[in-house]
Design a protein around this ligand. Structure first.
Ligand code: TMP
Length: 243
């Protein structure tokens, strides 16, 4: 059934949901990097990311994390709670890589002495600039209370995901999260919930034994085998899920 498209992002489309409290998100095959400068269609990526993200979301929900996921509709679409997205990206790092390594001159693969949590403004126009916690509240992106809640949830999600990926023989290097305020007309209204996807597009995932990259760095860095790696991640997560 064709639904009204409310918003089209780089890797997902958001459509009207089943009622005023829900939305439908559809995962696209488009891969982008460097703020959309690099772009390609990777046939089947949408399905793989949807399946991986849904598996991860279900695991997080079972462990008490409040998320936007209501139900999986089909291979590429999910029904989610309507939320007001908080316009910061939360980046959690266990191991130095990517922009962190570049910015601070720390070699990729260096284990961090503590989990690092950083923020960037969710704005393609501004190029997602890094922002600190006092700047976030100063410009009113969210309240100090919401910020504390997002940090606590992000650290708990990191624990749950490190453990999950470890079972799959994968090292969780870093990842990006987005949160929103629940907009449903229920007692949950205003509560902070986890939104957006968690997939190899938004995480760095390295094979524990070989160190092989199994994430979007394969696309960013023209390493080839992008979808084979995403498929490998899905297969491993499915296997541990079935055991
Ligand atoms: P970074 O090292 O490039 O800052 O990326 C940190 C993590 O955040 C990495 O797992 C990839 C993810 N990420 C996104 O999901 N979206 C983005 O726009 C960026 C820049 C990174």
């Amino acid at each position: 059934m064709m639904r009204e498209v409310l918003y089209e992002g780089k890797s997902k489309v958001v459509c009207a949901g089943e009622d005023r409290d829900s939305l439908i998100i559809r995962y696209k095959d488009t891969a982008t990097a460097f703020n959309g400068v690099k772009q390609a269609e990777l046939f089947g990526k949408g399905k793989l990311n949807a399946a991986i993200s849904n598996l991860i979301y279900e695991h997080l929900q079972e462990n008490g994390i409040k998320t936007h996921l209501i139900k999986v509709i089909d291979d590429t679409t999910s029904l989610v709670k309507k939320a007001e997205i908080i316009m910061v990206e939360v980046i959690v790092r266990n191991v130095a890589a990517g922009s962190f390594s570049k910015k601070y001159g720390i070699p990729e693969g260096t284990l961090l002495k503590n989990v690092s949590v950083e923020f960037s403004v969710k704005s393609d126009e501004l190029g997602d600039p890094m922002i600190n916690i006092s700047q976030i509240t100063a410009i009113g992106i969210c309240t100090a209370h919401e910020l504390t809640e997002m940090i606590e949830q992000s650290l708990r999600i990191n624990e749950l995901l490190c453990e999950l990926f470890k079972k799959a023989g994968i090292r969780l290097i870093d990842f990006k999260l987005e949160f929103g305020r629940d907009l449903s007309e229920t007692s949950d209204r205003g509560k902070i919930i986890l939104c957006d996807e968690i997939s190899p597009d938004s995480c760095r995932l390295w094979d524990m034994k070989s160190g092989k990259k199994l994430d979007k760095d394969r696309f960013r860095r023209d390493m080839g085998g992008v979808l084979d790696s995403y498929r490998d991640v899905l297969q491993r997560l499915t296997e541990i899920n079935n055991n």
